[in-house]
Design a protein around this ligand. Structure first.
Ligand SMILES: [Zn+2]
Length: 532
């Protein structure tokens, strides 16, 4: 088997270091040049020289591309989709070592010179010689390297099962890459008559606490959605505070009710979602003045197991209504004490209600113009744009104020879980056994807690629960969309099996070399061979 390019621990390690050296921080130039480099690398394989059309780049926006590489056995229908992302988070935290962040061998050597610069646990790991440090080693270029190794081996040995290597940009920010790939995977299935038997991601195994060295495989992934609100009060001068109502005052009531609210906790298969927290709360006043801030925004993080967007919106509305009822009661008392009439009760309305009202009042054309004013602002991301659209509409509909307008801001990651699928039950047992042969204890987690692109396959939602997302996400269809219907077509169990590593997104990001270069290749090959 000496003709294989990436089959030994040494050649696989060199492949990893090469793909790590192609820096690809989300939303940088490197992210746009990475995909063609993967394509060139895969062209070194004889199979793709003979089947050039099986290597494809697909537009993922902003000059970025998803890579799809199909190994098709002439007789096989059953297909495994191998999913990875190639973007990484930034590298500022490396400080003076930043130039080495993409050169794992050099970085690891350099760290050896001053091991005491590292936190204790990282230092201990470094000195074992069993870890390779560097940005993207663990999260998750090792996963991509393993998939490249698999597709090489399968094509040379002619495994009777098809593989679709899918590697995408933008996982760390908006998952534009995977959302674009989904539609292509549906098309590819039709074109080649494939059956998707398994969606296999190879995100790393995350330790559950700093001293945890257990390895995990994941039979699902947690979901995440971001309820947001725009608070529209009434402006006044600081000398006449009772003539207005600040948006900050309104916002504080919702924040109090949302943070750590156990209504949003979901429990399934013995696991629970972390509680919601606030990600942002700010007023929209551009500079200091003695006019009071009358517009503010809040953004919350909510994790999901089973709930749809519609269910979360209903809960969020309930919480916002309760918060505003409390506010209205408190405010009424203050008005009585100060003997003033006040500015009225704060209403709660969904973005879709505001939009319907604005369309009626201003006409669709004008509403579209107001949206476009915001959408063309390139310096704003999708979250900022979402909230600014609401703001722009509210300015034209001030008779609705004081009000709390509730909405969703992108991105949205639906939860997926296939723990009970018979194929997964068997695969988990097989992986545990395979791990044992390396003296590793492998545990199953039902929901990968790191957010990953498996969210965009095997979408199940019989009640059209996504419509609340479409209707309440102001940038929907303009700068953000999710192919829910295509996702629902990508039926099939999901599994995440990846190498062991630690401290993703930190300067001490590191990959366990035995897990990555010795154990994972055997485990993944065992898994794929069990499927045919
Ligand atoms: Zn990742």
């Amino acid at each position: 088997m000496s003709q294989l390019l990436w089959s030994t621990p040494e050649t696989l390690r060199a492949l990893l270091c090469e793909v790590v050296s192609w820096d690809s921080i989300t939303l940088t130039e490197g992210e746009t040049t990475f995909a063609p480099k993967v394509l060139d690398k895969l062209r070194e394989l004889k199979y793709f020289q003979e089947h050039p059309s099986h290597l494809q780049l697909h537009d993922a926006g902003l000059g970025r591309h998803a890579v799809i590489a199909l190994y098709k056995h002439p007789k096989a229908v059953e297909t495994v989709v191998l999913i990875s992302h190639f973007d990484t988070v930034q590298t500022e935290e490396y400080g003076v070592l930043e130039p080495l962040a993409y050169f794992p061998e050099e970085l690891t050597k350099k760290l050896m010179e001053n091991p005491s610069d590292l936190p204790e646990t990282a230092r201990v790991d470094l000195e074992t010689g069993k870890y390779l440090f560097g940005r993207g080693t663990m999260d998750m270029k090792m996963g991509l390297a393993l998939h490249m190794q698999l597709i090489e081996k399968a094509s040379v040995e002619e495994w009777p099962i098809n593989l679709v290597l899918t590697t995408v940009p933008d996982e760390e920010v908006n998952s534009a890459g995977m959302r674009a790939a989904v539609t292509q995977l549906v098309r590819l299935r039709e074109e080649f008559g494939l059956t998707y038997k398994l969606f296999l991601n190879s995100e790393p195994s995350f330790s559950q606490n700093p001293s945890d060295i257990a390895e995990y495989i994941y039979s699902g992934t947690i979901g995440k959605i971001m309820p947001a609100a725009l608070f529209y009060g009434k402006e006044t001068h600081v000398g006449e505070p009772m003539k207005g109502m600040t948006a900050n005052y309104i916002a504080s009531y919702l924040t109090q009710q949302m943070e750590w609210n156990s209504l949003f906790r979901e429990t399934d298969l013995g696991e629970s979602t972390p509680l919601p927290v606030s990600l942002q709360q700010k007023d929209l006043k551009l500079s200091y003045s003695t006019q009071t801030p009358y517009r503010a925004i809040s953004l919350f993080n909510v994790f999901l197991f089973k709930r749809t967007a519609s269910e979360v919106m209903a809960l969020f509305e309930q919480v916002a209504t309760k918060a505003m009822n409390t506010l209205n009661t408190d405010y009424q008392k203050i008005c009585e004490r100060e003997e003033v009439k006040g500015v009225g009760e704060v209403k709660v309305l969904r973005y879709e209600q505001l939009l319907a009202y604005a369309n009626q009042k201003l006409g669709k054309k004008e509403v579209e113009r107001l949206k476009q004013e915001v959408l063309v602002q390139e310096e704003w991301d999708d979250r900022e744009k979402s909230l600014r659209i609401v703001d722009n509409l509210m300015i034209q509909c001030q008779e609705l104020a004081p009000a709390t307008v509730i909405l969703f801001a992108p991105p949205y990651y639906p939860a997926v879980n296939t723990s009970n699928d018979p194929l997964i039950v068997e695969a988990v047992e097989l992986m545990k056994k395979s791990g044992q042969s390396f003296n590793n204890k492998i545990d199953q987690i039902h929901y990968f807690n790191g957010i990953c692109d498996l969210s965009y396959v095997n979408y199940e939602d019989t009640g059209n629960g996504w419509t609340a997302f479409e209707n309440n996400t102001p940038v929907w269809g303009d700068t953000y969309s999710i192919p829910f219907e295509d996702m629902a077509q990508l039926k099939g169990p999901v599994l995440n099996v990846g190498p062991f590593g630690k401290d993703a997104h930190q300067r001490t990001e590191r990959l366990h070399v035995d897990s990555a270069f010795i154990e994972m290749p055997v485990m993944l090959e065992t898994l794929l061979k069990s499927l045919y």
